[in-house]
Design a protein around this ligand. Structure first.
Ligand SMILES: Cc1cc2nc3c(=O)[nH]c(=O)nc-3n(C[C@H](O)[C@H](O)[C@H](O)COP(=O)(O)OP(=O)(O)OC[C@H]3O[C@@H](n4cnc5c(N)ncnc54)[C@H](O)[C@@H]3O)c2cc1C
Length: 394
């Protein structure tokens, strides 16, 4: 088995343009959203996305037939890391969560009509979307089988009832992809279906926007209520009762693309720490010459290299069409914890300055923490990794 990590000239060129775009255009805009991307204004998104088009870096993951650059996952790994150097980079390039994952899901599962109606405007950045799976207890969370939202057959379509929360980007989204139970009861392994629900559909209501530790995702995270929400048969995404399988189609790559973007953010924290360690002196020498600071800097280099190696390997697995579940779980668990360590060390190296708003580190510290919970908490992944390891051994 030959595993190829070679980077084509095309990908290298897009990555270089992305790094320049983020440095010259995006980072100067960071102050424009007053520190919170959750509440950033829609005109900022449009302005940044136009600038990304002008720079030739818009929608790197989107298939060419829908106006993107058509990169495979290995190409995305290189480019998304550069985009993630600023919290606004992925938004500018239309490769932020949850739209990026929804684009992949729609391209893989949607009918030709659904692609024109939902995917084309999403890929072009004309609209945003959300993915509504998680529910308040006792509903779906780490265990998707607990899915309690129901979709009941009615003449010509379905009636959706239930509650969702922590739905990223729901406020202002043009449509939601909602997971609902069409057969069985909570706890059953099957029986879920995905529905495309347009904003403004009677019966789908935004209950509230949640106040959260992180503030780096456009639109924030919302609670949604579905009360007798009627959708037509043409709004079923894929096959009825096949929703859990489609969720894996979305989640496998989406876990990796989160790792790519956060690795870019961690690299920024690393660069800030290195700059500070070289320029600030204590006890008669630069911080960079103090052994325990060197240990922090070295551990960060190790975390970055190990994260990237795991990530590229998992991307290669998925690009080959292999299942890759074990590789994506290992990568997601390692990278989500490594980026936390990297940002935390950068704060420590910078001292009090590190926790101030004069540097982006305190913001990054808050942004990377939830990644150990979404796309599967570390514990759920470790549980799955161990079970697969035991199965392969026995
Ligand atoms: C910032 C953010 C954005 C999100 N965006 C979305 C979104 O857009 N759409 C959406 O549908 N959801 C979203 N979520 C929700 C996310 O998917 C869930 O939080 C996640 O699936 C965990 O579910 P839960 O919060 O209900 O935790 P629970 O299921 O209640 O789990 C709580 C804890 O139990 C432990 N645990 C779980 N399983 C195991 C196990 N097998 N072994 C040992 N311990 C275990 C873990 O420590 C876990 O953190 C988002 C969450 C966050 C924080």
């Amino acid at each position: 088995m030959t595993i190829s990590f070679s980077i084509s000239d095309e990908v290298a060129g897009i990555a270089r343009r992305t790094a320049e775009f983020v440095r010259d255009v995006v980072i100067p805009e960071e102050r424009a959203c007053g520190g919170s991307v959750h509440d950033a204004p829609e005109p900022l998104r449009h302005r940044l996305q136009q600038a990304a088009r002008d720079a030739g870096v818009f929608a790197p993951h989107v298939p060419r037939e829908f106006g993107g650059l058509g990169l495979d996952l290995r190409g995305q790994a290189v480019v998304f890391e550069e985009a993630g150097y600023s919290l606004l980079g992925p938004l500018a390039m239309n490769c932020a969560a949850p739209d990026e994952g929804n684009t992949h899901l729609l391209h893989t599962v949607a009918t030709a009509e659904q692609r024109e109606r939902y995917l084309r405007p999403l890929a072009a950045g004309e609209v945003r979307s959300c993915f509504a799976m998680t529910e308040p207890a006792p509903g779906a969370g780490s265990d998707p089988r607990a899915l309690a939202t129901t979709a009941t057959r009615v003449a010509g379509g379905w009636r959706i009832d239930g509650r969702k929360w922590f739905i990223s980007g729901a406020d202002g989204a043009a449509f939601a992809i909602c997971m609902a139970r069409t057969s069985g009861t909570p706890g059953d392994a099957g029986g879920a279906t995905m529905f495309l629900v347009d904003a403004g559909t009677p019966g789908m209501k935004l209950v509230r926007n949640l106040e959260t530790l992180d503030e780096g995702l456009f639109g924030g995270h919302s609670e949604l209520a579905f009360d007798g929400c009627l959708v037509g048969d043409e709004q079923v995404l894929g096959e009825v009762d096949a929703g859990f399988a489609y969720a894996q189609v979305r989640l496998g790559p989406a876990r990796l693309t989160h790792c790519m973007r956060w690795l870019g953010a961690a690299r920024r924290a690393r660069d800030i720490a290195l700059e500070r360690a070289a320029s600030r002196s204590a006890f008669g020498r630069p911080l960079a010459e103090l052994g325990m600071v060197q240990q922090m800097l070295a551990d960060t280099e190790i975390d970055i290299e190990a994260s990237r190696a795991l990530l590229w390997r998992a991307c290669w697995e998925l690009d080959q069409g292999r299942p890759g579940a074990q590789h994506t779980s290992i990568t997601k668990t390692f990278v989500s914890e490594a980026v936390g360590r990297i940002v935390d060390r950068a704060v420590q190296v910078c001292g009090a300055l590190g926790i101030s708003a004069d540097l982006p580190l305190s913001r990054l510290l808050r942004e990377v923490r939830p990644f150990r919970i979404y796309d599967g908490p570390s514990e759920t992944h470790r549980w799955a990794i161990a079970r697969r390891a035991v199965r392969s051994f026995t």
